[in-house]
Design a protein around this ligand. Structure first.
Ligand code: HEM
Ligand code: HEM
Length: 180
């Protein structure tokens, strides 16, 4: 909805091609999965160990995020193959590019540690069994700690990402238009 007297944000000069339809769909899919997994993952820690909602989240989230892995790989592949939009541009564009790379790297780390830290096999959609890959208790504990730290780093990066999007919109540079 556009508010009265609010100028429509102008596209950034020099930005001709927006993201492809596939990249846009994959961006919003991963935003939904990552925001859900982050808020619910940290949120349920406030509940009792045996709270039914906590138990449900702890069973549902590993399935959801495992299903997300091929979509993330697809998205990463499309981003790697895309021509360098930010190359040879100003400092701000280079910072944005570095932030996006940091987000991709951290998501990859969160997914890898998540899969490795499973302390029991996961039944995907009650159909496909995903085996427990690591059995050493010490290694599992360390992976859990790493998963926790990477999730916190990812939450910080996503907060910065959202702040940057809001800042651009407020200044009248529509980065959201490129992603819609
Ligand atoms: C989109 C990627 C993911 C995000 C954003 C995410 C986020 C989180 C968060 C915020 C926590 C709570 C951290 C803590 O309190 O230590 C957590 C815990 C956990 N995650 Fe992930 N995760 C992701 C992927 C995965 C994957 C792929 C798996 C396994 C297949 C997984 C398995 C787990 C497990 C087993 C826990 C511990 C739950 C418990 O304390 O019993 N995660 N995750
Ligand atoms: C509601 C939340 C979100 C909004 C409004 C949003 C908005 C945007 C916008 C407008 C862009 C284009 C920026 C540009 O071209 O300079 C973008 C790109 C990007 N966003 Fe988000 N985003 C959100 C959530 C997320 C989350 C949770 C992630 C974490 C995976 C993420 C990762 C990225 C990445 C990596 C890019 C670079 C383009 C690409 O490779 O697809 N975003 N986002």
């Amino acid at each position: 909805m556009t508010l009265p007297n609010t100028p429509s944000p102008e596209p950034i000069p020099g930005e001709t091609s927006a993201y492809s339809r596939t990249r846009i769909v994959l961006h919003w899919l991963s935003a939904a999965v990552i925001l859900w997994a982050t808020f619910s993952g940290f949120g349920v820690a406030l509940l009792d160990q045996n709270d039914p909602f906590r138990l449900w989240v702890e069973s549902f989230n590993p399935q959801l995020t495992s299903l997300f892995i091929p979509f993330f790989a697809w998205r990463l592949w499309l981003a790697i193959r895309a021509p360098g939009r930010h190359s040879a541009k100003n400092v701000q564009a280079r910072l944005a590019s570095a932030a996006h790379k940091a987000i991709y790297g951290t998501v990859a780390g969160v997914l890898i540690t998540g899969v490795l830290m499973m302390s029991h096999p996961v039944m995907l959609l009650a159909l496909v069994p995903l085996p427990q890959l690591i059995h050493s208790k010490i290694a599992l504990l360390e992976l859990h700690q790493l998963h926790h730290v990477l999730c916190a780093v990812l939450a910080g990066l996503v907060a910065l990402h959202l702040a940057a999007v809001v800042l651009h919109q407020v200044r009248g540079k529509s980065v959201l238009a490129r992603m819609s």
